[in-house]
Design a binder for this molecule. Structure first.
Ligand code: ATP
Ligand code: MG
Length: 325
């Protein structure tokens, strides 16, 4: 693991100078942190590498940076991101608003090209020059914060839309939509229009649609952000079940630290702009997890440690005059 300086002299777990186990993880929280090498007032931002050993990653970001340029401004959204994600792994991305989470997901999805570095899917580069590898893209399913359903399409037609675009015939589309409707708990609503559904149900349609063409990798940007707490809990349980049933690799962006820890094998925390990997927290307990797992002390420790890191990050930005780099 590549480790550099840190803006947190106590280690990213906020004072846990003891308990850092051999592989660089904190024994209590599972966080990969950075050794205490900087005096208290230095403003060096830590970068943790999430790279995996050669051949272990299904999706990989190697030295990825993204600079947005317009006529009036340049924004360095991400810098030096190294992250490998294993087949069937569940990774969550957290960090302050504007730290580059969506940008990272869009880079993974091949929607935007990194300025520097490389994206690899199943050991193939996603980009060759300015051309995307369409075969690699076919492995990806996307779910965004808003369900983005077509209001005049029924549930089954919305679910089957990616199949229509892939020229799959109507009978097969119906069959698949029915099967997925059941998987996400929408049976009986196949003929309903989006306006007849609750917010949670619309998100389920969006998830079913993303699953319709059997993507091996699901990329989800705050998919449950607009839902109430109870529906969100239900969707979390549902998503765990679906991930298990389909064997999908999942990368999910969320603003909820508790949700991030509950769902993930690894929680990747990005620092304020430009986004760098500030810490990686391993959550060892097997998935799917019952809701009761959130009450366990180990779970709470991780949530508190991550919250602390976020607060420290915010304070760092404030010390720099409220503007991240
Ligand atoms: N297409 C774009 N053109 C110019 N700047 C952009 C573009 N997309 C994002 N940015 C900038 O990049 C930075 C990161 O944006 P991004 O949307 O990735 O943040 P985020 O972490 O997803 O935030 P949030 O939690 O609010 O969704 C922001 O400063 C944003 O203004
Ligand atoms: Mg975003």
């Amino acid at each position: 693991m590549q480790r550099e300086g840190t803006d947190d002299p106590r280690g990213a777990t906020g004072g846990a100078s003891s308990g850092v186990i051999d592989d660089g993880r904190d024994a209590a929280t599972g966080a990969e942190t950075v050794a205490a090498t900087q005096p208290a007032d230095t403003e060096v931002t830590s970068t943790v590498s999430g790279a995996l050993p050669e051949g272990e990653a299904e999706i990989e970001l190697r030295g990825v940076s993204k600079l947005f340029k317009s006529r009036t401004r340049e924004t360095l959204a991400l810098t030096d991101i190294n992250l490998g994600i294993r087949n069937e792994e569940f990774v969550t991305l957290v960090g302050q608003s504007g730290c580059g989470k969506t940008t990272m997901l869009r880079i993974l999805a091949g929607l935007i090209k990194p300025t520097d570095g490389e994206v690899r899917i199943k050991d193939r580069p996603l980009w060759r020059g300015n051309t995307r590898d369409e075969a690699a893209l076919r492995e990806l399913g996307l779910v965004f914060q808003d369900a983005h359903l077509f209001p005049w399409y029924t549930v089954e037609d919305n679910i089957g839309l990616p199949l229509l675009l892939r020229k799959v015939d109507r009978t097969e589309r119906r069959r698949r939509a029915h099967e997925l409707g059941e998987l996400v708990g929408l049976q009986g609503f196949e003929k309903a229009l989006p306006r007849e559904l609750s917010g949670g149900m619309r998100q389920r349609v969006a998830i079913a649609r993303a699953l319709s063409y059997d993507p091996e990798i699901l990329l989800m940007d705050e998919p449950f952000g607009a839902l109430d707490a109870m529906t969100r809990d239900k969707m979390n349980m549902e998503l765990q079940r679906i991930a298990g049933a389909t064997g999908a690799t999942v990368v999910l962006v969320t603003h909820s630290i508790a949700e991030a820890v509950f769902l993930a094998d690894r929680v990747v925390l990005l620092s304020a702009r430009p986004g760098r990997i500030r810490s990686i927290t391993h959550v060892e307990s097997p998935r799917p997890r019952p809701l009761e797992a959130t009450a366990e002390p180990g779970f709470q420790d991780k949530v508190v440690a991550l919250r602390r890191q976020l607060i420290e990050d915010e304070e760092r930005v404030e010390r720099q005059g409220g503007v991240s780099e």
